[in-house]
Design a protein around this ligand. Sequence first.
Ligand SMILES: *[C@@H]1O[C@H](CO)[C@@H](O)[C@H](O)[C@H]1NC(C)=O
Ligand SMILES: *[C@@H]1O[C@H](CO)[C@@H](O)[C@H](O)[C@H]1NC(C)=O
Ligand SMILES: *[C@@H]1O[C@H](CO)[C@@H](O)[C@H](O)[C@H]1NC(C)=O
Length: 394
Amino acid sequence: MKTARAWQFCLRELPIMAGLRQRPHLKRPVWVIVMVSMVCIFLIAAYMYPLRSSAAAACNFFSSRDCTMYIDVPFAPSRELTDDEIYSQVVAKEILKTPSISSINPKIAFLFLTLSTLPFERLWDKFFQGHEDRFSVYVHASGEKPVHVSRYFVGRDIRSYKVIWGRISMVDAERRLLANALRDPDNQHFVLLSDSCVPLHNFDYVYHYLMFTNVSFIDCFVDPGPHGSGRYSEHMLPEVEIQYFRKGSQWFTLKRQHAILVMADSLYYTKFSLYCKPGMEHGKNCYADEHYLPTFFQMIDPGGIANWSVTHVDWSEGKWHPKSYRAQDVTYELLKKLASIDENFHVTSDDKKTVMLKPCMWNGQRRPCYLFARKFYPEASDKLMHLFSNYTLV
Ligand SMILES: *[C@@H]1O[C@H](CO)[C@@H](O)[C@H](O)[C@H]1NC(C)=O
Ligand SMILES: *[C@@H]1O[C@H](CO)[C@@H](O)[C@H](O)[C@H]1NC(C)=O
Ligand SMILES: *[C@@H]1O[C@H](CO)[C@@H](O)[C@H](O)[C@H]1NC(C)=O
């Protein structure tokens, strides 16, 4: 029987493990025995009560009280969870049920991922003007040190490292930006932007859209084709099963709780850093920035994400890169059109090219999907500046 095996394991391992530790740390054996015993009790509990999760099992084992508060595990496969998964779930659940610290002065953190100087800094300056106490800016420049022309960007460069497109270093830069921004407790929502992104609405609109909702806007969908599940590698097992593997654009917004979850994760991050990378090393060509966060949140808090990105991008030309707007393309009509789209669009990469159109629901109401758009050539800057006050009038 399983329980008996767990006991045998514990009885056998207890003195051995205590003994191992005894040599270097002579004063510690009591602690070690207590710790190992607790782990054993937990293991036995998990064996005896193979419910939906080990947390629920432990709850049933230790008390006869109502255990329903432990049952709502977001991700609960029928197989037995690994230790690392249990640690990860415990932490995730605590973070998710902790109300975010209420700040008197809640701010949105704008995280800019760039190579060097930002071509649209003057446009962003216009966007931020007059809202000084409601935002903060962080810049990760992976190349040359940027030259800043806006006072909102001066002194906002964080320590940055090289980013290679499609590599885990991209995710590392995102995490670095989040970590720096989380140090300010006033930052309640976090927006990742690139140097080719521009705002589609005015600051008040964006602030209200992000601050008064309880979801993170993370793009997330199932793509059964070669650019979706085709990139999945079985090396990610047992923790990442193919049915949880998701795809999505990297341009996220995260609520504070979710940003902390990203900081807390090492299990899934490690899996993606090892087994989701470009090149055919593991038989797959994979890009962590398009799969790690969608898959992670699909497993940890699927109901807490919107499943679309608030940054618009036009893939309709079907090329390797999305449509980039030149100065001549930038018109009042174009910007108004992008700003009023209220259906999000996904297409699979298999032969069927299935198109999925879904209404964008914001707190239960249909709303425009996009707050930002990419990709714009630097030459479009003057035109955008000229049109900004006009097209962002609500
Ligand atoms: C977010 O709020 C909506 C109502 O505004 C509610 O239906 C939904 O369950 C909430 N979601 C989460 C993850 O709290
Ligand atoms: C996002 O998709 C997941 C399923 O993949 C679903 O459970 C969740 O409710 C969706 N989120 C919203 C806000 O609809
Ligand atoms: C904005 O500009 C467009 C075209 O340049 C013009 O047709 C429209 O009337 C302007 N709207 C406002 C509110 O000024």
